[in-house]
Every structure is written in structure tokens, then in C-alpha cells.
Design a protein around this ligand. Structure first.
Ligand SMILES: [Zn+2]
Length: 192
């Protein structure tokens, strides 16, 4: 979380548009709750229009049905961990047979450190992987994300998707994730 992946997506889209090239941006329906609308928002305040997808959405059908298909230079997908296996495969078809590059941005694992389905197959099939780094409070690279309640408790179980609650997500290095989980509270410094 907070690694700036959405900002990177919007920057990439902007770079294409600046050179007169068209992009299509996508966001999972589950992440576009009504007050946010069909827009991708980054935490530094820039946003961009997006098409929502759910698990029954076909990217091939969507691109094939787009009248400006020949002018699409890139597909960009935010929160790509929520793609299904079939959708990731479809994306490889778009790259391989329609010659449209695709950039996907997402989390590798959920708050229990299990791979998301989309991430699993992106890790397996993508041409290139780029890690956007974020930092634990100790300064080490954060590789784990904890789901934390409003009073600082760390969840050790629950559904992979949780919306509408007061929980937030905090990035930790592996050691401090383990220590937070063991103590049941999200650490904020080494000597807590
Ligand atoms: Zn740490």
C-alpha cells in the first residue's frame, strides 16, 4: 500500500497521451465505490477516467468493440490483483495477437500474505516485473501488508476483500509484520 503504484499508472497514461497516443485505463468495480465514480485516484491528488471491470468482464471483447481500437497504444489496469486467471490470460492474448502493450499495477499478496489470484498469474505470465518499493518504519523494504483496525489491532483472519469498514492497511518489512501479528497491534517503532 502507499507505494505510489496508482500515481505511476496515471503518469504512464499521461506520457502516452502527451505524445498523442490513446490509452484505456481500467479499475475493478469493487474499488470504484460510488463516491469515487469511474475514476482512478492517486493519493497525491491526480486522477483519471477509467472503465470498471468485474470478474465477468472480457477485456478482449471490450477492445474488439472499441471503434478506436486501431489507435489504442496501451492498456493500463489498476488494482490488477483483482483480475481472474482467465482475464490475465486474455490480457496476454491482447499483447500477443493484437500487439497492444499492457501495464498492470497491483499488490502481490493480501493482508494474510497469500497471493491474490490476479497477481499469481501476472507473476507467472508477465513479460516483465517491476517492483515499486515502499518502506517499513525501520527503513527496510516493506514486503508485507497488515490489515489494521481503527484502534490499531492487527487482523490475523478475515475475508480477502473488506470494504466499508474502518480498517486500514500498513506496510511492514517481514520481521515487523511478524512482530505486529504476534503482539496483535501494529508496531510504529522498534522498541514498542
Ligand atoms: Zn521493519
Amino acid at each position: 500500500m502507499n507505494a505510489g503504484k496508482t500515481t505511476s499508472l496515471l503518469q504512464s497514461s499521461y506520457n502516452y497521451n502527451e505524445r498523442g497516443m490513446n490509452t484505456l485505463c481500467f479499475l475493478p468495480k469493487c474499488m470504484s465505490v460510488s463516491e469515487r465514480g469511474q475514476k482512478i485516484h492517486s493519493r497525491i491528488g491526480i486522477d483519471g477516467g477509467a472503465t470498471c471491470f468485474d470478474e465477468s468482464f472480457s477485456f478482449c471483447d471490450f477492445v474488439n468493440g472499441d471503434v478506436t481500437r486501431d489507435k489504442i497504444s496501451c492498456l493500463l489496469i489498476d488494482e490488477a490483483q483483482f483480475l481472474t486467471k482467465l482475464q490475465v490470460y486474455e490480457l496476454t492474448d491482447i499483447v500477443d495477437f493484437m500487439n497492444i502493450p499492457i501495464l498492470t499495477y497491483g499488490l502481490r499478496t493480501d493482508f494474510l500474505q497469500n497471493l491474490f489470484e490476479g497477481s499469481k498469474y501476472l507473476l507467472a505470465w508477465a513479460d516483465e516485473l517491476i517492483e515499486i518499493k515502499t518502506i517499513c518504519f525501520c527503513g527496510k523494504k516493506a514486503t508485507m501488508t497488515a490489515r489494521v483496525s481503527s484502534d490499531g489491532r492487527v487482523f490475523n483472519s478475515g475475508e480477502q476483500l473488506a470494504f466499508g469498514g474502518n480498517e486500514s492497511y500498513i506496510s511492514f518489512c517481514r520481521k515487523h509484520y511478524k512482530m505486529s501479528l504476534e503482539r496483535g497491534v501494529a508496531l510504529v517503532c522498534e522498541d514498542q
